[in-house]
Ligand binder design. Structure first.
Ligand SMILES: Cc1cc2nc3c(=O)[nH]c(=O)nc-3n(C[C@H](O)[C@H](O)[C@H](O)COP(=O)(O)OP(=O)(O)OC[C@H]3O[C@@H](n4cnc5c(N)ncnc54)[C@H](O)[C@@H]3O)c2cc1C
Length: 378
């Protein structure tokens, strides 16, 4: 068993670290405060090839593997949970189009998406279909050469900013989850509008929006995968997406840890730097143990995906553990900064707010336990 990164992985890490230092660190506090969606950063990520990792050259991809994607999302999340979320969610529809798309769909969407020209979104959740994703009420009816979509999606990351959406809708309600299908909907399609933009606790520079579909007509060629395959497509997307969220969680925790060690070395009380207090060192040790365990889980599941092995359970384990670690570590990190941790002059309160979402989206911690249990008792 090898635990070393390859030369390529180290190069990816170096490149994304430089990108984060130059482009993301200087704006991460401000975009959180102003809730500004950093489109220019997404475009630059595309220009530098970070949206293209894991996709073949024939669609303008940069080749590479899931481990490299994990490295990218982890490094970004050290400084901005929002931007890590934007990119992680963008990867999801790109993966689905690559995996389930026709050649025409791949040629039309992938080059623009991997170059960072078109942003993607994935729309499953509805007001009455959250954890219970099988309860989707949005419908798609085939009429002559077009599907007509009606319904409302909520809490959609990149909503309102994205150029192309993978939307899950029922094509035959009588068949339950086997009656769900996936569709590609472009932003300017008549009848497709953006409703409420959410005002959130964390990842405030990412957009989270309601999507309203009123007699949205799309060509029948925009069906993604086969009719009735939508639920399976959504679950495949979420399995992969959960690796991204676990990488994001890991990065947030590592970022908070770095800040905390730096601070404890600088801050003195009772005549000595805080880092000298053994009680505080013990907190650091607990934080590090959880981060280390998260890192192993996150890279193990990335490796499994790269190896073409099943990874549903491992993705859920990694997301459950890494997201709860991100919350634990950021909570402690705020505590170890004392009053300064509570102030927006320091990044810790933002990190704690950003960590919370990792326990909720792409399946809550409770849903992760359902997935894990179903895999080990089957
Ligand atoms: C910022 C943000 C971004 C998001 N981005 C997207 C996106 O891009 N695309 C998308 O499709 N969705 C997105 N979502 C939706 C997200 O995936 C859901 O919010 C999440 O799956 C939970 O659904 P819910 O909010 O309806 O909560 P509910 O399902 O109502 O859950 C409420 C509580 O009950 C628990 N619970 C529910 N069922 C069970 C059960 N059977 N057993 C035990 N506990 C249970 C949950 O764990 C939770 O604690 C996003 C959400 C947020 C907040």
């Amino acid at each position: 068993m090898k635990f070393d990164f390859t030369r390529e992985h180290l190069m990816v890490r170096q490149a994304i670290k430089e990108f984060v230092d130059n482009e993301i660190s200087p704006i991460s506090a401000d975009i959180d405060k102003t809730q500004r969606f950093p489109r220019e950063i997404f475009e630059k990520l595309g220009k530098f090839g970070f949206c293209a990792i894991g996709f073949p050259k024939e669609y303008d991809g940069a080749e590479g593997d899931e481990i490299s994607k994990t490295i990218v999302l982890e490094e970004i999340a050290k400084k901005s949970g929002s931007i890590s979320a934007i990119l992680s969610v963008h990867y999801l529809p790109v993966n689905l189009i690559f995996k389930f798309g026709t050649e025409a769909q791949r040629k039309k969407y992938l080059p623009k998406m991997v170059r960072g020209q078109w942003l993607g979104a994935f729309a499953l959740t509805e007001p009455n279909a959250g954890s219970d994703a099988s309860n989707v009420q949005t419908t798609a009816v085939l009429y002559e050469d077009e599907y007509i979509l009606n319904g409302t999606k909520c809490f959609i990351t990149n909503g309102g900013e994205a150029d192309v959406y993978v939307i899950l809708a029922m094509t035959d309600k009588s068949k339950g989850t086997r009656g769900m299908s996936a569709f590609l909907v472009e932003k300017d399609t008549p009848g497709f509008t953006i409703g409420k933009i959410e005002d959130k606790m964390g990842i405030r520079a990412s957009s989270t929006a309601e999507l309203i579909l009123e007699n949205v007509k799309i060509p029948k060629e925009n069906l993604l995968g086969k009719i009735g395959e939508g639920f399976k497509i959504a679950m495949v997307g979420l399995d992969g997406g959960r690796i991204g969220i676990s990488a994001q969680s890991l990065g947030i925790a590592e970022g908070a840890m770095e800040e905390t060690i730096k601070y404890l070395k600088e801050r003195a009380q009772f005549g000595k730097p805080l880092i000298k207090f053994q009680g505080l060192q013990w907190y650091l040790a607990e934080m590090e143990a959880k981060i280390d365990a998260s890192r192993l889980l996150v890279y193990k599941v990335s490796y499994l995906k790269d190896s073409g092995k099943p990874f549903t359970k491992e993705a859920a384990v990694a997301k459950l553990f890494a997201s709860e670690t991100a919350m634990f570590v950021t909570h402690k990190a705020v505590q170890l900064h004392g009053g300064y941790g509570f102030m927006t002059d320091y990044p810790l309160e933002r990190m704690m707010r950003d960590a919370k979402i990792t326990e909720i989206y792409e399946g809550t911690s409770e849903v992760m336990k359902i997935v894990i249990a179903s895999q080990i008792i089957k």
